[in-house]
Design a protein around this ligand. Sequence first.
Ligand SMILES: Nc1nc2c(ncn2[C@@H]2O[C@H](COP(=O)(O)OP(=O)(O)O)[C@@H](O)[C@H]2O)c(=O)[nH]1
Ligand SMILES: [Mg+2]
Length: 323
Amino acid sequence: MKLRLTFYGVIIFVVAMGLHMTCALLMLILKMTSGDILYPVLQAVVETTFIFTISGLFLGVIMVLIELLYIKKDNRIVQNDPVSASEKLTVVLTAYNDELSIRDAVRDFQAHPRVQRVIVISNNSKDRTMEFAAEAGATVYNETLQGYGACVYRALTEGINQTDTKLTLLCEGDCTFRAHDIEKFLAYLPHADIVNGSRIVEQLRTGGSQLTTFMYYGNFFVGKLLEFKHVEQGTLTDVGTTYKLCRNEALQKLLPHLSPKVNLEFNPYLLDTALEMKMKIVECPITFYPRVGVSKGGNKNNLVAFNLGIRMISGLIFRWKTN
Ligand SMILES: Nc1nc2c(ncn2[C@@H]2O[C@H](COP(=O)(O)OP(=O)(O)O)[C@@H](O)[C@H]2O)c(=O)[nH]1
Ligand SMILES: [Mg+2]
C-alpha cells in the first residue's frame, strides 16, 4: 500500500492553514480578549491547527523535496509508440437534450480527415437530439442509465466495440470542444495511453465560455491534488475535461475497473483509476468555446462547480461515490 505522504501532507496543510488563518483573523477583527466566551475555543483551534499546519508542511513540502532528489536517480523512460499517419479514430460524443448543438458538433468531427465515424450517445434526451445527430451522419445510441458517468462509460464502450479503429476520441456534443484540436492530441499520443485535454491554458480559453476564472483555478487546484496523489506519474492541471484521446488497448483494461454510476465526478475518477493502474496520461492544451444550449453539468455556475469540486476532492481522499 502506498503511503501518499505528499498528498495527505498537502491536504492537511491546506485545511489546517485555512482554519488557522480564519480563526486568527476572527480573533483579530472581533478584538477578542480572554474574557470573551469564544476566546478559549478559537485560541485552542488556532494552536491545534498551527501544529497541523507544520505537520502538513513537513509531510508535503519535505516529501516533495525528497521525491525530487529521488527522481534525479530515476531512469524514467518516455513512452514513444508512434501512430501511423493513416490511423483513423472513432469519435464518441455525449449528448443530453443537446438538439441545439449536436448537428454542428457531428459535422465538425465528421469533416476531419482522421475521423472514421462519429457515434452519438444520447442519454434519454427528450428533445430531437437523436434525430438531428442521425441526420448529420452519426451513428446514434441511447444510454438508458441516466447521468454523465453512464453516458461517458457507454461512449467509451461503443468506441472500443469498433474493430476497424484502435483509437477513441471522447468529446461532448455541445460545441465547447472542436475537431481542429485532433492534430494536437495525435502529436502527444506516442507518449501516452490516454491524452487528456486541458483547458488550463489561458490563451486558449475563449471569452464567454463556461469556464469562469473561479472554475479555472479550482480545476487547477484539484488537478494538482490528483497529481500529488500520484506523484511522479504526470503533470495534471485539469480534472473537468471530457475531451480526450484514448488507445482502445488501454480502455479495454480500464473500463472493467470503472463504475458508470459515478456521475459528474466521472472524469477525475477515470484519471485517478488509470493512474492507479500505472497508465500513461499526458495532458494536451485544447481550446474551449462557449456552450451552445443549456448546461446540465457542473459548469452551470460557480456554486454548482464549487460543490462538484468538493465531491471531487472527497473522491480523491476517501472513495468515489456512486449515485
Ligand atoms: N449533466 C449531465 N450531462 C449529461 C447527462 N447525460 C449526458 N450528458 C452529457 O454530458 C456532457 C456534460 O458535460 P458538462 O460540460 O459537465 O456539462 P454541460 O455544461 O451540460 O455541457 C454534455 O455533453 C451532456 O449533454 C446527464 O444525465 N447529466
Ligand atoms: Mg459541456
